[in-house]
Write a protein that binds this ligand. Structure first.
Ligand SMILES: [Zn+2]
Length: 216
């Protein structure tokens, strides 16, 4: 491929796509010329293809999801009836059946959740993201919930700290996961260059690997 088609480099640490002239990741400061953890060159063709496949996948997914969610909602309403309250915050989480948890979890825009994390403490939420980092003990994931935006070249990662309370099996870096859990609060961690980053923390009660690393 021609050098003209080179758009930039994807940071191996936080997955941000950086402009080609920068030497350090604009988000996390990772040295992009590092030989051990190499930054991946991103070419215009590949990048556009990725965005297109994301968009088509998303469309197919949406109708299916809509039907599934509608079905589940209907079924749980019939089953649960008027005895159970659907509060977002009450009752011990682990005893709530998956279908009910799913039906009462909300999708919060990342910006809203990140700015007002305290306000959403205890709220049942649903999110989908790519696994950026796996820590086995205690079981923690850092996931990037940012979605490709065709109009925006640099994707700022939208990181969520997941403390795993779910009983799903092992998750690997670069897997895509779908999570249902509750907001725990803001969580601060140290990034590569030692700077502190504060992100929302979610305790996951249900987790599904929707795309395994290596799958197309
Ligand atoms: Zn980075």
């Amino acid at each position: 491929m021609k050098d003209d088609d080179l758009l930039g480099y994807r940071c191996p640490t936080c997955k941000t796509i950086n402009p080609k002239h920068v030497k350090y990741c604009v988000h996390c400061g990772h040295w992009l010329l590092d030989d051990t953890f190499k930054a991946e060159p991103i070419y215009r063709d590949t990048y556009l293809k990725q965005i297109r496949s994301y968009t088509t996948k998303k469309k197919r997914f949406s109708l299916k999801t809509f039907l599934l969610v509608a079905g589940i909602l209907f079924a749980s309403l019939v089953l649960i009836g008027s005895l159970t309250s659907h509060s977002l915050t009450t009752s011990p989480v682990t005893t709530i059946p998956f279908e009910e948890f799913k039906a009462t979890a909300v999708d919060l825009p990342y910006d809203e959740l990140a700015r007002n994390t305290e306000k959403y403490k205890g709220t049942r939420v649903h999110c989908v993201g790519d696994v950026v980092q796996v820590i086995e003990n205690p079981p923690v994931l850092r996931i990037n919930v940012a979605k490709p935006k065709p109009d925006k070249f640099i994707l700022n990662p939208e990181i969520v700290w997941i403390t795993r309370k779910d009983s799903a099996g092992r998750v690997l870096e670069n897997d895509t996961v779908e999570i249902w859990g509750t907001v725990k609060g803001p969580r601060t961690y140290r990034a590569v260059l030692g700077q502190s980053i504060t992100v929302p923390e979610i305790e996951s009660y249900y987790l599904v690997v929707t795309r395994k690393v290596g799958d197309k």
